[in-house]
Design a protein. Structure first.
Length: 204
């Protein structure tokens, strides 16, 4: 397998943190109430529809019809989505800048609501290093669907074998690997630089 010559980055929990608890722990005083809300009302299965392109307003309306007593909290998901994001992961930001300094082509592939993307990119100048980013909410496709990986490679102008894909999700990593991408599952930020060096993308 030939060495990669570009990097395809996930965003949430790879470049910036993302957790609904960052927001809702400010809303619910009791941890148990926060747990119940996130496990039974604003669930990740509900949220994935934002990533598919459903607007915050439309997705909220469906849920409010089921849980009218939580209307205010449900609307916060869209109104204060950026409060779920952060902090910037320093090692990733540094790696992106180091790769850019070497002229390594970099791209993004994120499951992200279209409405949230501009505010997320404002959190770090590292995003300006990306030549292109495929945002799921713009495409109506979400990882780990192989179609969105094919689209990212096509827009990058590279074969999967030319790209190192970095993501925190095991399912996404498996889907990308099956298509021929080089892959690295992001679990410990300290491992990032050695991985990039090992692939010949950075120098030790």
């Amino acid at each position: 397998m030939r060495a990669p010559r570009g990097v395809l980055w996930d965003v949430g929990n790879v470049i910036v943190g993302w957790s609904p608890r960052r927001l809702y722990e400010q809303i619910f005083q009791e941890p148990a109430a926060c747990d119940r809300f996130l496990s039974s009302v604003c669930t990740l299965d509900w949220h994935i529809e934002h990533d598919r392109g459903v607007s915050f307003a439309d997705n909220a309306a469906t849920l409010i019809a089921q849980y009218p007593e939580h209307e205010a909290e449900i609307r916060l998901w869209g109104d204060r989505f950026i409060d779920m994001v952060g902090p910037v992961i320093d090692q990733s930001e540094s790696a992106i800048h180091a790769l850019a300094a070497r002229g390594v082509p970099q791209f993004g592939l994120t499951n992200m609501p279209s409405e949230a993307w501009p505010a997320v990119t404002a959190l770090s100048p590292a995003f300006a290093c990306f030549r292109d980013t495929v945002v799921s909410g713009d495409e109506g496709l979400v990882k780990p669907d192989p179609a969105i990986f094919r689209l990212a490679a096509e827009r990058a102008g590279m074969a999967p074998q030319d790209l190192l894909f970095i993501d925190d999700s095991a399912a996404n990593i498996a889907s990308a690997a099956a298509l021929g991408f080089h892959v690295h599952r992001f679990e410990d930020p300290a491992h990032l630089f050695p991985v990039l060096v090992g692939h010949g993308l950075l120098e030790a």
